[in-house]
Ligand binder design. Structure first.
Ligand code: ADP
Ligand code: MG
Length: 256
């Protein structure tokens, strides 16, 4: 069974059709990529899956559960983690606090309330700090743990955002342009980290990415989106050699 399944999804923004008849079957354990020119509708697909927008038409299921009509935090608690194309970090929060806060969001409010002032609260706090530190180590940002997140180099901020997304133990992780703005060094490090996270955390990954070498290295399947429609889906080799993809997209892209 598919872990994440999207059927016939269409979305309009005030008359503008951003996504048309989109389908996805994401098998457990896979890494799948979504490529396409700017404005093709890639981020909109992520926003629809994660509950930021409700699709005009279509169905979305995560592990057999319907996602349509649920709020983003509920969808996150059902097992969907994501990062954003534009980083969303808090100005006054340290690196460690960012990840701990995401861990806390997993606790039910009533449970959290009951913990305050109790020994159990203390134990839970310790457990969360150690889980957060483990995530920071995995994403190679532990050395910055007590610094303000906004003071980090750009590549490290991106890695922190991924650590935060993993704090809720997602089954599926959506990455929106994880290498945007990175130097070639940071990019290679990111490939290694994504492979490690995929293995160690047993998480299924769906990523939007501009750098084709990066997607082709990491993904077993790739969808190509143009004007809100998937024009091709297949293995990296099939996509690289597909004449429609070359015509619509690859010819214009920097393939480094
Ligand atoms: N919140 C929104 N309101 C209105 N139009 C939007 C909104 N978000 C995206 N769009 C439009 O939808 C289209 C697809 O955008 P987007 O999904 O961001 O593309 P991509 O991520 O592929 O670059 C664009 O024409 C964009 O202007
Ligand atoms: Mg986008």
């Amino acid at each position: 069974m598919a872990l994440l399944r999207v059927d016939n999804m269409t979305h309009y923004f005030e008359g503008l059709r951003a996504v048309h008849n989109y389908n996805l079957i994401l098998e457990p354990g896979h890494i799948v990529g979504l490529i396409g020119p700017n404005g093709a509708g890639k981020t909109t697909i992520f926003n629809l899956i994660s509950g930021i927008h409700t699709p005009t038409e279509g169905n979305i299921e995560l592990d057999g559960h319907n996602l349509i009509g649920h709020q983003p935090h509920k969808i996150a608690s059902m097992g969907l983690g994501r990062t954003f194309q534009n980083l969303l970090l808090w100005r006054h929060m340290t690196v460690l606090e960012h990840v701990k806060m995401a861990c806390y969001s997993q606790l039910e409010y009533g449970v959290l309330d009951a913990f305050f002032g109790t020994r159990r609260c203390h134990r839970e706090e310790k457990r969360i700090t150690s889980k957060a530190m483990h995530l920071l180590e995995t994403f190679n940002v532990a050395q910055f743990s007590s610094q303000l997140a906004v003071s980090l180099p750009y590549g490290a901020q991106r890695r922190l955002e991924m650590a935060r997304a993993m704090a809720t133990n997602p089954k599926v992780l959506l990455l929106d342009e994880p290498t945007a703005g990175m130097t070639p060094d940071e990019l290679n490090r990111m490939i290694t980290i994504i492979r490690k996270v995929h293995q160690d955390f047993d998480v299924t990954i769906f990523m939007i990415e501009h750098r084709l070498k990066f997607v082709m290295d990491l993904c077993e399947r790739i969808q190509t989106l143009v004007f809100g429609e998937v024009i091709a889906e297949g293995t990296p080799d099939e996509i690289k050699n597909n004449p429609d993809v070359i015509e619509a997209y690859l010819g214009k892209e920097d393939v480094t």
